[in-house]
Design a binder for this molecule. Structure first.
Ligand code: PEP
Ligand code: MG
Length: 620
């Protein structure tokens, strides 16, 4: 604010009108890059009224749905309020009164009273009742006559106050509708080209529908750095910032914004100088991409010529070209659960075999590690829940429940179909099979029995695939698996260390949660020790071991992982060139010395210091 500006208005609500020309919000940076464009609220399309306006059942059921949506909305607002403290003081003052206004409207307001009446008297659905009421209340407020005798200034204030009130009612209605329809933010087709998509939250299955050529960036109120949404956005190369508290209250749709996926800043209404800086940064990214692209044909080897395998993680077929361009040597983690999302029926054996074959052929002789379905946790697959194959009421802790291999062993049909499809595709090129969420040896033995049985059945059926079955490996992504790695190494053919879940389960921090995101620390010695233990167990058995969690794609950690003995990493294609650059800059001897030094530490802050100073020539 310049010195000549009038003094700020006293009431916090009036301040919210006065959005400054440039306003910066901060969240969790999850996918690097700069996006410049208008904000588009992804939740808007979900607010189309369902076609059914008259409730098919009793009004009591609709009233209960409305109560449920009100309770959910209140919870969301409480959560938002709790997170405001991380915002700068002036942003807090701007957003807090809005949240209060929304909350008040969820307790005995006219909106709710009238909507309840619409449900009981006109037999409306809860959605229709809320929509009608929010719209007519907002329209009535805007239509009220204004005192003719009032000064121009007072009239302008009055109009602004009414607009604000109408917006608050509509926003409360929208929140209730979002919670009523549970309609995710699916209608991405309506997003204007080049817009920054803004949403309260984005599920992994929603992220899977995003077209990176259309959307400039993503910003949300909820989400953590290593949730699957973040992973998807990184894989697609879409600049993204998640977990900005109060985003939807502070940022109006169509506002011009600059999003920085490296620093986590969202600049609303950027000044000309900020826009110019952002444009220079965009050009800088493009130059860096070109520079890194030149690494593509160079070998991934250290200064002392130790070869390192760098592979890509795949979620969607759309990422195949990115993997090919990145210079990755094959796919170290194919997250097949994404094939099962956003569809009403499950893909059958033939359909899956076709997809796996496409991927194997695209890799042209490089190995593809296909992980069998990892349903559960935040990765909900509606086609499975709808068929009753998995519980749809997740009142227990879903991350600790029926996830990954546990679910597959309970649903052998699903498991066998997928294994059969993978075996059929293995004719087309080298493949490995990877089991998710393993915690004990009995699970691996059970899985191998099923695997052998499926192979025999296929051969009887006359299917042709290599005599030697593709290797069957396991994810090391639970502390239980890491600590039992020596026993598991006797059962599995290879290990893939999944650091994302390993952090989550070791540190008791939900990987997709915003509130505890700061505790999700890749440099916590507990996790590093588990990685070391599992790696050494594999190396003793001369068994292949790789890292395929997000840690693998962080070039700052490459020296440490090399020093721990790891030589194989699988990551988002976008990270391959940077990690290759890191590999080519170090010698194994230096890395080993460095890792020994790091592993003596027990303080994550000290480890961070060491990691940051590696290669800077500083004496640690
Ligand atoms: C992991 O947990 O580190 C992993 C690679 O699997 P996902 O991220 O799919 O859970
Ligand atoms: Mg995992």
């Amino acid at each position: 604010m310049s010195r000549t500006d009038p003094p700020p208005e006293k009431t916090p609500r009036a301040r919210s009108e006065n959005i400054r020309p440039e306003h910066i919000l901060a969240g969790i940076p999850v996918s690097p890059g700069i996006a410049i464009g208008p904000l588009h609220a992804a939740s808007e399309p979900a607010l189309d009224l369902p076609l059914v306006r008259i409730a098919p059942g009793a009004p009591e059921a609709e009233l209960a749905r409305l109560d449920d949506a009100v309770a959910k909305s209140k919870k969301q607002l409480d959560k938002l309020r709790a997170r405001l403290s991380v915002l700068p003081e002036d942003s807090q003052q701007e957003i807090a009164p809005l949240i209060d206004a929304y909350s008040q409207m969820l307790t005995g307001s006219r909106l709710l009273r009238q909507a309840r009446r619409g449900i009981t008297e006109q037999k409306l659905t809860a959605e229709a009742a809320i929509y009608d009421e929010a719209e007519s209340l907002a329209a009535a407020i805007l239509a009220q006559p204004i005192d003719d005798g009032a000064s121009r200034e007072r009239r302008a204030d009055e109009i602004a106050a009414r607009q604000r009130r109408a917006d608050e009612i509509r926003e409360t209605g929208r929140r209730l509708l979002r919670n009523l329809t549970a309609a995710a933010f699916r209608n991405f087709a309506a997003i204007p080209q080049g817009a920054i998509l803004m949403a309260e939250t984005l599920r992994p299955s929603d992220a899977a529908l995003i077209d990176p050529a259309r959307i400039a960036g993503i910003v949300t109120e909820e989400g953590g750095a290593d949730g699957h949404t973040a992973i998807m956005l990184r894989a697609l190369g879409v600049p993204a910032v998640l977990g900005i508290p109060g985003l939807l209250a502070a940022a109006k749709p169509a506002t011009m914004a600059v999003l920085d996926g490296e620093t986590g800043r969202l600049t609303l209404g950027p000044k000309a100088t900020s826009l110019a800086t952002a444009r220079r940064a965009v050009a800088g990214y493009a130059r860096e991409r070109q520079r890194l692209a030149r690494l593509r044909r160079l070998p991934a080897e250290t200064i002392d010529l130790e070869a390192v395998e760098l592979q890509g993680n795949l979620e969607l077929l759309a990422e195949l070209p990115l993997i090919a361009q990145s210079g990755a040597s094959g796919i170290g983690l194919f997250r097949t659960e994404f094939l099962f999302m956003n569809r009403e029926t499950l893909p059958d054996e033939a359909a899956q075999a076709d997809i796996y074959r496409t991927v194997v052929e695209a890799m042209d002789g490089d190995c593809v590690t296909i992980r069998v379905l990892d349903w559960g946790g935040e990765k909900d697959i509606e086609a499975l829940t709808a068929r009753g194959l998995v519980p749809d009421t997740l009142d227990h802790n879903p991350a600790l429940g029926m996830r990954g291999l546990r679910m597959l062993l309970r649903q052998p049909d699903l498991f066998e179909t997928q294994l059969a499809a993978i075996l059929r595709a293995s004719r087309a090129g080298p493949v490995r099979v990877l089991l998710p969420m393993v915690t004990n040896v009995a699970e691996v033995r059970a899985a191998r029995e099923i695997y052998d049985r499926v192979a025999k059945r296929l051969r009887r059926r006359g299917e042709k695939f290599p005599e030697k079955l593709p290797e069957l490996g396991i994810m090391i992504e639970t502390p239980g698996a890491a600590l039992a790695a020596d026993a598991l190494a006797l059962e599995a053919d290879f290990f893939a260390i999944g650091t994302n879940d390993l952090f989550m389960y070791t540190l008791a921090v939900d990987r997709a949660a915003t509130e505890v995101a700061a505790l999700y620390d890749p440099l916590h010695p507990a996790v590093l020790r588990l990685i070391q233990f599992a790696t050494e167990a594999a190396l003793r058995m001369r068994m292949p071991v790789s890292v395929c969690g997000e840690l693998a794609g962080n070039p700052r950690l490459t020296p440490l992982l090399l020093g721990l003995g790891l030589r194989s990493f699988s990551m988002s294609a976008t990270n391959v060139p940077r990690v290759k650059q890191a590999v080519r800059a170090v010698s194994i001897d230096d890395c080993a010395r460095f890792a020994r030094r790091v592993m003596e530490q027990s303080d994550p802050a000290r480890i961070r210091e060491l990691v940051n100073s590696f290669g800077l020539g500083k004496k640690e």
